[in-house]
Design a protein around this ligand. Sequence first.
Ligand code: FE2
Length: 135
Amino acid sequence: MPLINWEESLSVKVSEIDTQHKKLVELINKLHEAMKERKANTVLGGIIDELVDYAINHFRTEESYFDKFGYLKAVQHRKEHKDFVSKVAAFKDDFARNKIMLSMEIMEFLKAWLINHIKKIDMAYSDFFIEKGLK
Ligand SMILES: [Fe+2]
């Protein structure tokens, strides 16, 4: 069973962003699966890199719309992105240096962060983006 199941309550009703969120869900599930299968650290590290890179690109997409449309809650939203990237990048470095193992606790952190972020922080721009013409 996947760690995260995509469900309609996660949709921000903008297809480009939903597609990217689904890809993030897929990468977290892929990492979870690889961890359960006790894949080598090089394999896990590769998926972690992929997740970090994809998240950075995805945040860039959202932030470019904040700039384009003059989104009022952009400052706080950008901070959430920045804090997440620093946290996961620090984990990525510790993992690469064998200072830390991938654990269920970390998987649960990734899952909770993504779900809470989409449901509380991203959902707040949904109506605004739609009003600006995104669909
Ligand atoms: Fe976001």
